[in-house]
Design a protein around this ligand. Structure first.
Ligand code: ATP
Length: 303
């Protein structure tokens, strides 16, 4: 049985088609990335999965439980870390987590609550009121809240937006452990490096449609070759090389250019063209294609 079965989900906000028929099957134990530019529909899809929003048509099942007709069971199988920080400021961290446990009908959940707090470095804040926590600490509590009922499917909506390196590491260590123990993880993030390092499979969404769906390694292999990054101390990029530029806005401003090369033999002619134009190279390195390149290419192709 799939961890998450999303079938032809459509959602419209007045004249805006936020989701135009999304279908995805995410298997148990996957670490799945849901990527897309701002407004692609990721949060809308997650809120439908979480039962916080209703699809106009289509269906979503979590471990076989329909999120509308079998809401309570579906919800038990799911933990969602939302993007926005919303809390009752008058409760302590431990009280907040106990209340969340109560919501799922769990009594005597303190051993797990302690373990979650320990793993998220929250133990010394257990008796602190929510209002006295920093933004990063509040985000840790959001993660802890999503995990109190040990859900088999964990959805994280941009959990590392604006958080420090320490929390990222703590969070990914813990989430990685849960994934190895069999939990399914669905992650949305704008940090493509993070997605590349963590996710075994990725869906890319644009204008409410899935425009790419593949294993992370297969997606990266779609781009053959590398990129030559050159920074010029003097002069601009000669016109003869403009067609190689990966990011067109680099031609408008700055002196750093990302040039597509399919193999090393192409580097020397590029350097010769630069020399002839009188440009002075300040810095230069060759970089393998990564998920960000694939993302840009796919999104540009889907205008
Ligand atoms: N409640 C709403 N009413 C009207 N339009 C909405 C509503 N919620 C979302 N939208 C619109 O639906 C589209 C998809 O938004 P959504 O928040 O799902 O995108 P996203 O991929 O999560 O974006 P981001 O990366 O910025 O979080 C956007 O154009 C957004 O403006």
């Amino acid at each position: 049985m799939a961890a998450l079965q999303i079938t032809d989900v459509k959602k419209r906000y007045k004249s805006l088609q936020a989701l135009g028929g999304v279908s995805l099957t995410i298997e148990q134990g996957e670490f799945f990335g849901l990527l897309g530019p701002n407004g692609a529909g990721k949060t809308t899809l997650i809120s439908i999965v979480a039962g916080l929003n209703r699809a106009d048509s289509g269906s979503v099942a979590i471990h076989g439980h329909d999120v509308v007709n079998d809401y309570r069971e579906a919800r038990k199988h799911l933990g969602v870390v939302p993007q926005e920080l919303v809390f009752d400021p008058f409760f302590t961290v431990r009280e907040t987590l106990r209340m969340q446990s109560g919501y799922f009908g769990l009594k005597n959940n303190d051993a797990w609550i302690d373990e979650v707090m320990e793993n998220l470095d929250l133990t010394n804040k257990a008796d602190t009121n929510m209002r006295a926590l920093s933004g990063g600490m509040k985000r840790r509590v959001l993660v802890a809240q999503a995990l109190v009922h040990k859900p088999p499917v964990i959805v994280l909506d941009e959990p590392t937006a604006g958080v420090d390196v320490e929390l990222r590491q703590t969070l990914w260590q813990f989430i990685g452990r849960l994934n190895r123990e069999g939990h399914t993880i669905v992650l949305t993030t704008h940090y493509l490096e993070e997605a590349q390092a963590l996710c075994n499979r990725i869906a890319m969404l644009k204008f409410g449609k899935v425009v790419a769906l593949d294993s992370t390694s297969a997606l990266i292999k779609r781009i053959s070759g590398s990129q030559l990054i050159v920074q010029l101390g003097q002069g601009r990029l000669p016109e003869g090389l403009h067609h190689l530029v990966s990011h067109p806005d680099e031609l408008v401003s700055g002196n750093k250019y990302t040039l597509r090369v399919t193999d090393y033999a192409e580097v020397e002619p590029i350097l010769a063209t630069l020399r002839q134009s009188g440009a002075v190279i300040e810095d230069m390195h060759l970089q393998q294609a990564d998920l960000e390149d694939v993302f840009i290419q796919i999104m540009e192709g889907e205008k």
